[in-house]
Design a protein around this ligand. Structure first.
Ligand code: SF4
Length: 520
């Protein structure tokens, strides 16, 4: 397109903005406007992105662009292999602006501070107006969240969630929560007594488009982490709807009971695995909630399952997004517990004797997936108690999971998993010993470590690090009343016990390549 052409609006659509309704939101017109989409290497390299996450984004983008073209839109799409030396969003957009000379650039607000900054820089350097509108995908607007959060000492998800339930009239009965309770988590902590027979999740064989993406990634980004074999994520809205239907029919009924349970070699269990499709905007949270509510109303799924699932969507997901935008942009850099250890190599290759970590990380490497308890209580908990630097953990989570995007991953990692935000997201750290893993999984049975031991060559590292974590942070947590009962256990430790634990924890850290926790 030459610079003499008269483009009214240049709409720059990102890989996580694949909703046809956005065209209306942006006020686009087929005769006057241009939609630009671009694959940029930078989005897969900083931080290193799992190959399946990259395939998912790029294949979904290419399918979406094809659909746009079929529908008659004027689309300019650049792939990874277009050699124009513009491999980040800023340079790509500058190029599009210079090529098409639009009256203005319009965008849905990206889900990352750094991407917004690069878009703004591009428009400023080209001297073109930018109209960035808030993402209508979400139920809670920035203003609503800010109003709710402002002036509160503590941002408690549960209170936010109840307001969302009332406001959107979801699972409400005449102003009261359906079934009489806001939250049925007491029923949702079952573990498996024997191998679960959870149904397989739908997987989609790579079609022509996905195969072309795989080929381009092989040539342009050959060093991405993770395994691309068996890629089967939904890359179109039709496939995403099939996944929603399959979840509601086959797994939602037992989702509540077993949402915190783990079993080796089985990561999906009764989970929805809908987050990638939701976060790419192939699905809308309203339709997802409606499908779950319909299952409850028709008697196909119990209240504890449906409420627990709805809470994930309109509670936790919206809450965590609210936190991302409400907090200052330095949120990602916070390190309240002052931990500076290195991320161990086994986060990249699963080469460890710890059966629980091996299983959780193998699932990530093979599927770019782990369910929320594997993320929080295995990989997250381990990094927390072992003393790994939160920013290294955040970079790993942002790259390695198919559903990872800054707005959702950073507060979940920095706040929820690493307790590095000073208690904004959680009132106490999610730190646990091997006992939790033993209770909720079968991992410990097949592990070379002894889950009953705290020190010694065969002691469970989760135990060593857990007690070391409490000892290291004893003074800091003393003021936290939710930690007082837990800290009381330290009274049973003699001075020698403490020294023995501390020394063993550092030996383990050195062995695992975590090194020293302190900065200097
Ligand atoms: Fe994990 Fe410890 Fe259990 Fe091994 S013994 S599986 S390291 S919790």
């Amino acid at each position: 397109m030459s610079s003499s052409s008269s483009i009214r609006k240049l709409a720059f659509l990102l890989g996580d903005q694949l909703d046809m309704n956005y065209l209306d939101s942006l006020g686009l017109d087929q005769d006057q406007d241009l939609i630009c989409m671009s694959e940029v290497a930078d989005a897969s390299e900083n931080p290193p992105s799992h190959v399946q996450r990259t395939v998912l984004f790029l294949s979904a983008m290419r399918h979406f662009a094809e659909q746009l073209k079929d529908d008659g839109w004027n689309v300019s799409y650049t792939t990874l292999t277009d050699q124009d030396n513009t491999q980040n969003f800023e340079n790509k957009l500058e190029r599009y602006i210079n090529d098409s000379n639009p009256e203005e650039v319009v965008m849905i607000e990206p889900g990352s501070h750094s991407v917004i900054e690069s878009i703004e820089r591009a428009c400023e350097s080209c001297g073109v107006d930018l109209d960035m509108i808030e993402d209508p995908h979400f139920l809670c607007t920035h203003d609503e969240f800010n109003e709710w959060a402002s002036g509160r000492k503590q941002l408690t998800m549960e209170y936010f969630y109840r307001e969302q339930r009332k406001k959107h009239d979801i699972l409400m009965d005449d102003g009261e929560p359906e079934g009489g309770e806001w939250n049925y988590d007491k029923q949702n902590r079952k573990s498996f007594k024997s191998e679960p027979d959870a149904p397989d999740v739908p997987r989609f064989k790579p079609d022509k488009v996905t195969k072309s993406v795989l080929k381009d990634i092989q040539s342009e980004l050959p060093d991405l982490p993770g395994n691309s074999d068996g890629f089967g994520w939904a890359v179109t809205r039709e496939q995403a709807l099939e996944c929603l239907d399959d979840f509601v029919s086959n797994r939602l009924p037992r989702f509540g009971d077993y949402q915190d349970a783990m079993w080796s070699g089985k990561s999906s269990l009764y989970h929805s695995l809908l987050a990638p499709a939701l976060n790419l905007k192939l699905l809308n949270p309203r339709e997802v909630c409606q499908a779950a509510v319909d299952a409850y109303e028709s008697g196909d799924a119990p209240i504890n399952a449906v409420e627990g699932f709805i809470r994930q969507i309109i509670g936790w997901r919206e809450f965590i997004r609210g936190v991302y935008w409400f907090e200052d942009t330095d949120y990602a850099d916070r390190n309240e517990l002052e931990q500076y250890g290195s991320l161990p190599e086994f986060y990249w290759d699963a080469e460890t004797d710890m059966a629980c970590i091996k299983d959780a990380i193998s699932s990530v490497i093979n599927h770019a997936y782990g369910h929320h308890i594997e993320r929080l209580m295995i990989t997250g908990n381990f990094a927390l108690i072992a003393g790994v630097e939160p920013q290294q953990v955040d970079a790993w989570y942002r790259g390695m999971y198919a559903d990872a995007i800054d707005w959702v991953t950073t507060p979940n990692t920095i706040g929820m998993a690493m307790h590095a935000d000073g208690g904004v997201v959680g009132t106490k750290p999610y730190a646990a010993s091997g006992n939790y893993v033993k209770k909720m999984s079968n991992h410990c049975k097949g592990c070379r470590f002894d889950v009953k031991k705290k020190v010694g060559e065969d002691a469970c590292p989760f135990n060593t690090f857990y007690w070391d974590f409490l000892i290291r942070n004893e003074k800091r947590f003393k003021e936290n009343h939710r930690m007082s009962l837990i800290l009381k256990h330290l009274d049973k430790f003699s001075k020698d016990d403490r020294v023995e634990l501390t020394v063993h924890a550092q030996e383990l850290r050195d062995e695992m390549g975590i090194g020293e926790i302190d900065k200097d």
